[in-house]
Design a protein around this ligand. Structure first.
Ligand SMILES: Nc1nc2c(c(=O)[nH]1)N[C@H]1C(S)=C(S)[C@@H](COP(=O)(O)O)O[C@H]1N2
Ligand SMILES: [Mo]
Length: 342
């Protein structure tokens, strides 16, 4: 079931005990604004060690790399715009390879096998692309992708991705802070949720001809989750434009939640007063909830969530509460029963 491309025992030094990891973490204050600029997330953003800039990477500094500049024709591997071998997440966990990230995917619009998206997603046309902004918002409209992205600072961020199926990766995303986008759209005081929807097009996404899910794929966040500094919209990986199989040209990345929240190939943002139905919660409400926060203490009805297999590692590693981002995000859920609101 799992493709293990590089089987090796993790060295002891690579296995960080939970306590050590807790003590090491000392970042993210309460100012979302500052954190969005990268200043309060040292170590989390890839740029820190490499560029000597605090969090904001070369991607932001160099006008040569804009998310609209497609290098879709040459997706051969990490771009050469930085030394990716030196880029680490705050855990010193090694990055997963370009190959892992781009050939082991979940994207049911292109098939349910892990290698199907890489084989089939060439039918997706990520340019030109437009993004609709609707609902409880001061500036609704339809934007060309380039106009949608251009006001925002592009950053590289290294995040863990934990799939609900109990595998995980470490991915160097490139993209923009979701909070910046939300603020620019000026949600009205009624807006409590933001819903994001994948393209619906059977021709570009042949998997939508099979009714395995209620298409289009829809996900949503509570407004406070959406403006959390960790919430991210990815336009790239390893410094390249997103390969189609990873959700080109624009996909959500919410690192403290199971991967299925991170909806791909987004064509619409809708601001809502009420919690909307979301694809997996509708499809199997007993198994998938709206929140989908990574939680090693709440098992999936059919398997344990206590441990996970990092692609490229042999032994399973413990799954961390909120996927290792508890210090930053657990206050969002204060007073909530996380077994009920799973
Ligand atoms: N539209 C859409 N978005 C999706 C999915 C999908 O099937 N369709 N799969 C989700 C799941 S289950 C995971 S784990 C991640 C996988 O992202 P990756 O393939 O870039 O690693 O995408 C999420 N976003
Ligand atoms: Mo997933």
């Amino acid at each position: 079931m799992f493709w293990i491309r590089t089987i090796r025992e993790p060295k002891d030094a690579e296995i960080t005990p939970y306590e050590t990891w807790l003590n090491r973490r000392h970042f993210v204050g309460t100012s979302a604004k500052a954190a969005v600029a990268g200043a309060l997330v040292p170590g989390l953003l890839a740029g820190c060690d490499v560029d000597g800039e605090r969090g904001v990477s070369k991607a932001a500094a160099s006008p040569g790399i804009a998310p609209g500049d497609t290098d879709q024709e040459a997706p051969g591997g990490p771009s050469q715009d930085r030394d990716w071998s030196k880029v680490r997440s705050e855990l010193d966990e090694p990055l997963n390879s370009w190959e892992d990230i781009t050939t082991y995917n979940n994207f049911y619009e292109f098939g349910v096998g892990k290698d199907d998206p890489a084989k089939n997603a060439h039918t997706l046309r990520p340019r030109p692309w437009s993004v609709a902004v609707e609902g409880e918002v001061e500036s609704p409209g339809v934007y060309d992708l380039e106009d949608f992205l251009s006001p925002h600072a592009v950053e590289d961020r290294v995040y863990r991705l934990r799939c609900v199926e109990a595998w995980s990766m470490v991915v160097p995303w490139r993209g923009i802070a979701l909070a910046d986008v939300v603020r620019r759209m000026q949600p009205t005081s009624k807006a409590r949720f933001v819903e994001m929807t994948t393209l619906l097009d059977e021709e570009q996404m042949p998997g939508q001809r099979r009714r395995i899910l209620d298409w289009p794929y829809v996900e949503a966040l509570r407004m406070d989750e959406a403006i959390h500094p960790l919430a991210f919209l990815a336009t790239g990986v390893y410094g390249r434009d997103l390969p189609n199989q990873n959700g080109a040209p624009l996909r959500l990345v919410v690192p403290w939640k199971y991967g299925f929240k991170s909806v791909k190939s987004i064509v619409r943002f809708r601001f809502l007063e009420d919690m909307p139905p979301t694809t997996w919660a509708v499809s199997a409400p007993r198994e998938y909830g709206f929140y989908a926060n990574v939680n090693p203490e709440v098992d999936h009805p059919r398997w344990s969530q206590a441990r996970e297999r990092r692609l490229g590692e042999f032994r399973r590693r413990p799954t961390l509460p909120f996927n290792g981002y508890a210090d930053e995000v657990e206050s969002l859920y204060a007073g909530m029963d996380l077994r009920k609101n799973f």
